[in-house]
Design a protein around this ligand. Structure first.
Ligand SMILES: Cc1cc2nc3c(=O)[nH]c(=O)nc-3n(C[C@H](O)[C@H](O)[C@H](O)COP(=O)(O)OP(=O)(O)OC[C@H]3O[C@@H](n4cnc5c(N)ncnc54)[C@H](O)[C@@H]3O)c2cc1C
Length: 260
């Protein structure tokens, strides 16, 4: 059996600038089947490129013509392959998206949710918060004030963090409820590695109680290599690894890519 992820061609139907650093792209795609997992992501290959970048499925559904539509919210940062593409008028472009995968795994006894993340985590945090009935607290580090209104669902209790806040300090200072719950977080990979260690070693949380994912790598000297989380996730699941162990493997694979 082929290990290649299934791929779909998709056309960019709409491009909307939600804020200076966040662009919403609506893609028309046939045959897309959501996993239903609220932090699901797809691989995206933009025209003229072969390298994949990963984006959360902010929402999906049927368009007016009955065709499937997929919404991705793309961070445009200083320089990057997708960043440069998405900064232009890309309506009408054909891209490739891979089949979705998700990682969020709410334990049955969870009584609350705590979500922490930077701008890249906003699409997942918004979708998670709108698909749960559990009390939800969010700590969001975003550079754009425009996103403070309306991007995250009103039902969530949101704390906005400025760029100066170190996410590790924010997590270390959290007031944890006594009841069981679920902690979800995504952001820069090295920061996430440190936070994962803190949750494991200092807070001694069971691996099923949290999910901490490195979404991007701050480049030191070398351009990081994008590593497809899909095969690592599938292989890890097949071996019975926990999500935490799988995301550690993913971090290591990204790290090795940056060194090579
Ligand atoms: C499961 C998963 C889900 C994700 N969901 C989203 C999402 O919904 N929206 C989203 O925008 N991103 C998301 N990301 C992160 C996104 O894949 C990376 O930020 C990606 O590197 C962006 O690609 P690029 O082509 O713009 O930049 P690249 O060509 O990959 O990188 C170019 C340079 O920019 C730096 N860089 C990369 N990302 C950032 C950033 N966010 N801020 C500052 N510097 C950066 C790199 O260190 C590098 O030096 C997700 C990642 C994963 C693994």
């Amino acid at each position: 059996m082929s290990t290649r992820a299934r791929q779909h061609d998709a056309q960019v139907l709409r491009r909307e600038q939600l804020s200076p650093h966040l662009v919403r792209l609506t893609l028309a795609v046939d045959g897309f089947a959501s996993t239903g997992v609220p932090d699901e992501w797809v691989g995206l290959v933009v025209p003229g490129q072969f390298q994949v970048r990963y984006y959360t499925v902010r929402s999906h559904g049927a368009g007016a013509d009955g065709r499937g539509e997929l919404v991705l919210d793309v961070v445009v940062h200083e320089v990057g392959l997708v960043t440069e593409w998405a900064s232009r008028d890309v309506v009408g472009d054909t891209v490739v998206v891979t089949e979705p995968k998700g990682s969020f795994a709410l334990p049955g006894d969870a009584a609350w949710l705590m979500l922490v993340g930077d701008l890249t985590a906003m699409p997942a945090m918004a979708r998670i918060a709108e698909t749960t009935e559990l009390p939800t607290r969010i700590w969001a580090q975003v550079p754009d004030l425009e996103l403070h209104q309306g991007y995250l669902p009103d039902r969530a209790e949101v704390t906005w963090l400025d760029d100066e806040a170190a996410l590790a300090d924010v997590v270390a200072g959290l007031d944890w409820p006594d009841t069981p719950g679920y902690f979800w977080m995504a952001g820069e990979s090295a920061d996430m590695r440190a936070i994962r260690k803190h949750l494991m070693r200092d807070r001694k949380l069971p691996a099923t109680a949290y999910d901490v994912m490195g979404y991007w790598r701050r480049a030191a000297q070398r351009q990081p290599r994008a590593v497809d989380p899909g095969p690592i996730y599938r292989a890890g699941k097949a071996q019975g690894l926990s999500d935490e162990e799988i995301w550690q493997r993913y971090d290591e694979a990204q790290h090795q890519g940056a060194q090579s």
